[in-house]
Ligand binder design. Structure first.
Ligand SMILES: [Zn+2]
Length: 478
């Protein structure tokens, strides 16, 4: 059933088609022109007797008058304008409502309605400030910890999708991914002119997933991208209404993609066998399913607690020592800011991630035991080089769980007292006195918005690192 505004537009449309003025129509059906005008403007609901008379006069069915679609594109624009001006966000502005007169061109109307749509889109997206983004990220991490990073509903959907194409283990091929996309009516198209800000684009109308050309054949990134696009359809995602909603959708899509690339049954079988032999290693899991080290480590966090009874932590740390991504349900004392956010915070220099980044030879995984105020953890770290900087992927477990992992015989031990500033942040008194007032350093500007400035004498520069550097070079000759 159409609303009064739409019915009004349809009456005006059919009156125009019949070539009648308001006065002429009034004469035909015995309703005052002023009343007809109110009906056409959506201010009065026509009674059934009037609708019947109108339908007879226009030689259409009553259903045509009550149809809920605007009769023309122009009418649709007028209706959109009416609705936009009626919403509270617009009314709060105290601006006049514009009436779309006959003399107003379609272009003018389209421009005004276009601006309204954009205002509405921006208001609904509630474009997040870095502060809001940090809070939303933190809430997501807390929520994931409550779930032990395991989402059974999405696992079940991925189980069904992989079973349907017979993917029961090993690497998921591009061909099979294309088949999975086809099953939900999508085809994958490689293009080299994607918008710079987009990783992939989903065209729902034509059933297409646009992804970049395969620059590194066999890389797992494109399969994951395509599966994430498929996920939005499978999971019934609609346009995100808020930043946290957007984050949640992204999380669900990448979870779904990972669960397809590394299906639950096959992964748990593989990992359980490794646990039985006490040789769990992310690199083996990675190689068995043909994915990246990070993807394998993250997938391990999905399954480890629920299916193997192992609590754990995951860290992606940038070359600058800052947390890019973190998850823990084993009590590791992550570096946190006042709001509880960890992204952009610097991890202890004695943790595995930074010890591994500091190594000169990085050919193998780095294994170490780290004593912290929350107990001892066993950690394995793989370093890599991304498009712009180095990074380290760490998977760690409490000491008592180290017995299931390869590398447990490591003799590498470190003591971390962070968040105590005396652990690795605050220089000792001798160095402070030695260099106080004798140095100046300029901070590197951080590339990612989540980075707060490290605390130090020189904003953005870590005192200890600065002083260590100065000490090391002080003895150099000219
Ligand atoms: Zn420390």
């Amino acid at each position: 059933m159409a609303d009064t505004a739409t019915v009004g537009l349809r009456i005006r449309h059919f009156r125009g088609q019949a070539g009648l003025t308001l006065d002429q129509l009034s004469d035909r059906i015995g309703v005052a022109p002023s009343q007809l005008s109110l009906m056409e403007n959506g201010k009065r609901e026509p009674r059934l007797s009037v609708l019947t008379a109108l339908a007879d006069t226009f030689n259409v069915a009553i259903a045509d008058l009550l149809d809920d679609s605007p009769p023309t594109e122009r009418a649709a624009l007028e209706l959109d304008l009416h609705k936009a001006q009626s919403n509270s966000a617009y009314q709060e502005l105290g601006l006049p409502a514009i009436k779309p007169t006959r003399g107003m061109s379609d272009a003018t109307l389209r421009a005004i309605v276009g601006l309204h749509r954009e205002l509405d889109r921006r208001a609904r997206l509630a474009i997040a400030t870095p502060e809001e983004a940090r809070r939303a990220n933190t809430q997501m991490r807390w929520w994931l910890r409550e779930q032990n990073n395991y989402l059974p509903d999405i696992e079940a959907l991925a189980d069904a999708a992989t079973a349907a194409v017979g993917h029961t283990g090993g690497a998921l091929t591009h061909r099979t991914v294309a088949e999975m996309a086809a099953r939900v009516g999508l085809s994958i198209i490689h293009v080299d002119d994607l918008p710079h800000s987009a990783r992939s684009v989903l065209d729902l109308e034509h059933g297409r997933i646009y992804i970049p050309p395969a620059s590194i054949p066999g890389g797992h990134g494109l399969r994951s991208l395509a599966l994430q696009a498929v996920a939005h359809v499978v999971l019934g995602h609609t346009q995100p209404a808020s930043y946290s909603n957007f984050l949640r959708q992204r999380l669900e899509a990448s979870y779904y993609a990972a669960a397809c690339l590394m299906p639950r049954r096959a992964s748990v079988d593989f990992l359980q066998a490794a646990k039985d032999e006490r040789t769990i290693a992310i690199e083996d899991f990675r190689d068995a399913f043909g994915v990246t080290h990070e993807a394998a480590a993250l997938r391990f966090t999905n399954l480890a607690t629920e299916h193997l009874g192992i609590r754990l932590h995951f860290l992606r740390v940038g070359g600058d020592g800052a947390v890019v991504r973190a998850y823990e349900n084993d009590g590791l004392p992550l570096p946190l800011d006042a709001t509880g956010s960890t992204e952009g915070e610097i991890v202890c220099r004695y943790w595995s991630a930074r010890q591994a980044l500091g190594r000169t030879t990085r050919t193998t995984e780095h294994y170490q035991y780290t004593d912290t105020p929350h107990g001892t953890f066993f950690e394995s770290t793989q370093t890599g080089t991304g498009t712009s900087e180095d990074f380290a992927i760490t998977l760690g477990v409490p000491y008592r769980e180290s017995k299931w992992f390869r590398g447990r015989e490591s003799q590498y031990r470190a003591v971390s007292r962070c968040p105590d500033l005396n652990c690795c942040r605050r220089p000792d008194d001798g160095l402070s006195q030695r260099w106080s007032g004798q140095a100046w350093a300029s901070a590197r500007v951080h590339a990612h918005i989540f980075s707060p400035l490290p605390h130090g004498t020189y904003p953005g520069v870590d005192d200890r690192e600065l002083y260590d550097f100065l000490e090391a070079h002080a003895s150099d000759d000219g």
